[in-house]
Design a protein around this ligand. Structure first.
Ligand code: S3P
Length: 424
C-alpha cells in the first residue's frame, strides 16, 4: 500500500495546469474506433488503468492499437477483423469498462466473460443486463445475473425502447452501443438527462443516431474512423478547481476542459457557494473551455434533484469544499454514491471526519458542517476520488493529510501526486 502526504500548500496555486483526457470519452472513443472501418487516431486519451482495461479488451478482440506519439494511439478497427476473445476480459476497478463492454459485446456473435476486482464484484449489473437480454443477448452473472463476473453471449439483437430506472450514462451507453449492431431502432429515454458522450461520439464516428436531452435513437451503423483530440476531464479538473478556491492567493487556469451537458454541474454548485471560476475560451462545437479559478470564501449550499447526475463523481471533492465553507451543506438524491468504486457516502464521511470535519451520512447523501480542517490520517477506501479529494483537503488544512491507499489514484490520474508537489 502506498501513502501520500499532502502538506498544507505554502503558496497559492498559480499558472496553468493540464489535466488528463476525459475518462468517459476515452472509453467510448476506444470502443467506437474498434468498430470503425479503418484507422482512427486518438489523442490525449486518459492514461489511467481504467481506460487501459478497455483498450486491452479491444486488443483481445482483434483490434490493433499502436502508440503513435505522446498520449496518442492509432487504432485499426473494423467489424471483419474482430473476433471472440480467448480469455476473460479483466476490467480491474473500472465500472465504465464493464458496463459499456457488456453492451458492446452483446452485439458481437460470441461469448464474452467480464470480471474485475473486489469493488467491481459489488457493483450492480442488473441495470445493463436487463435491457441487453430484452434485445436478445444472453447475459448471466452472480446473484441471478445481477453481479459480476458477467457472461455475455451476443449476436442477433433487435432494437428496444428503454427507460432506465436509474439516471446512468453507463446504462444508456451500453444500450446504444448494443443498438449499433441491432436490427431496427434502439431508443433510450431518460427521465433525468445524463452525460451525452456516447451520443456525441457515435455522431462523430458517423453512426446513425439522433439525440436530444432526454432521448437518443440509434440504428445499425457502419462507423467511419476519426482523428479525435480527447478533451480534458472535468472530473479531474474539479480537484484543482476546489484546491485553487480553497488555497489563498490562487489564480489557476485549466485548459481545454469538457464542459458539455451533464458534466459541469460542479461549476454551478461552486458558483452558488461563492467560488470565483470563470469559463473562458469556449469552443461550443467541442464542448470545451478553459477554467480560471481564483481563491474565494465559500458558503454552504444544497445539492439535490436533477443536477445530481451531472456532478455525481465530484461529490467527494465538493464535500471537501463544503467542509471549508461557512454553514451546513446537504447533498441528497444521491443514493448512487453508495454503489460507486466505494460506498461514497460512507467513505466521504469517514475521510472528512478523519480530517476534523463534522459530517454525517444519509440514505441518499450526506450533510457536511463547514469550518476549518486540522488534517489527519485518511483511508482512501480503494477509491481514487476519495484519495484525491482528501489530498485537496490536506492542501487547505492546517496540518495536512496523510492518505493511505494512494495507489487507487492510478485508475484515473497517475500524474496527480506530481502536480500536487508543485504546491509545496
Ligand atoms: C460514467 C457515468 C457515471 C459516472 C462514471 C462514468 C460514464 O456512472 O459516475 O464515473 O462514463 O458513463 P453512472 O452511469 O453509473 O451514473
Amino acid at each position: 500500500m502506498t501513502t501520500l502526504v499532502a502538506r498544507p500548500a505554502v503558496r497559492g496555486l498559480r499558472g496553468s495546469i493540464t489535466v488528463p483526457g476525459d475518462k468517459s470519452v476515452s472509453h467510448r472513443a476506444l470502443l467506437l474506433a474498434a468498430l470503425a472501418e479503418g484507422t482512427s487516431t486518438l489523442r490525449g486519451l486518459s492514461a489511467g488503468d481504467d481506460v487501459a482495461r478497455t483498450a486491452a479488451a479491444m486488443a483481445a478482440c482483434g483490434v490493433a492499437l499502436e502508440p503513435s506519439g505522446p498520449g496518442e494511439l492509432t487504432v485499426e478497427g473494423g467489424v471483419a477483423r474482430l473476433h471472440e476473445p480467448a480469455g476473460v476480459q479483466d476490467v480491474g476497478n473500472s465500472g465504465t469498462s464493464i458496463r459499456l463492454l457488456a453492451g458492446w459485446s452483446a452485439a458481437r456473435p460470441w461469448l464474452s466473460v467480464l470480471q474485475g476486482d473486489s469493488s467491481i464484484a459489488r457493483r450492480p449489473m442488473g441495470r445493463v443486463a436487463e435491457p441487453l437480454r430484452r434485445m436478445g443477448a444472453i447475459v448471466d452473472g452472480r446473484e441471478r445475473g445481477t453481479l459480476p463476473p458477467l457472461v455475455v453471449r451476443g449476436g442477433d439483437l433487435t432494437g428496444i425502447e428503454h427507460r432506465p430506472e436509474v439516471a446512468s450514462a453507463q446504462v444508456k451507453g451500453a444500450v446504444l452501443l448494443a443498438g449499433l449492431g441491432a436490427d431496427g431502432e434502439t431508443v433510450v429515454h431518460e427521465a433525468v438527462p445524463t452525460r451525452r458522450h456516447t451520443e456525441e461520439l457515435i455522431e462523430r464516428f458517423a453512426g446513425e443516431i439522433e439525440h436530444r436531452p432526454g432521448w437518443a435513437r440509434v440504428r445499425r451503423s457502419t462507423l467511419r474512423p476519426v482523428d479525435l483530440a480527447v478533451p480534458a476531464d472535468p472530473s479531474q479538473a474539479a480537484f484543482w478547481v476546489v484546491a485553487a478556491s480553497l488555497v489563498p492567493g490562487s489564480d489557476l487556469r485549466i485548459a481545454g476542459v469538457y464542459v458539455g451537458a451533464g458534466r459541469a454541474g460542479f461549476l454551478d454548485v461552486l458558483a452558488r457557494m461563492g467560488a470565483e471560476v470563470t469559463v473562458e475560451a469556449e469552443h461550443p462545437d467541442e464542448h470545451t473551455a478553459d477554467l480560471r479559478v481564483r481563491s474565494a470564501r465559500l458558503s454552504a449550499t444544497t445539492v439535490a434533484g436533477e443536477e445530481v447526475p451531472s456532478l455525481i463523481d465530484e461529490i467527494p471533492v465538493l464535500a471537501v469544499a463544503a467542509a471549508f465553507a461557512e454553514g451546513t451543506t446537504t447533498f441528497s438524491d444521491a443514493s448512487e454514491l453508495r454503489v460507486k468504486e466505494s460506498d461514497r457516502v460512507e467513505s466521504t464521511v469517514a475521510a472528512l471526519r478523519a480530517l476534523g470535519a463534522g459530517a454525517e451520512g444519509r440514505a441518499d447523501g450526506l450533510v457536511v458542517e463547514g469550518g476549518r480542517l486540522a488534517g489527519g490520517l485518511v483511508d482512501a477506501a480503494g477509491d481514487h476520488r476519495i484519495a484525491m479529494a482528501s489530498a485537496v483537503a490536506g492542501l487547505a488544512s492546517s496540518q495536512g493529510a496523510t492518505v493511505e491507499g494512494w495507489e487507487a489514484v492510478a485508475t484515473s490520474y497517475p500524474g496527480f501526486a506530481e502536480e500536487l508537489a508543485r504546491c509545496w
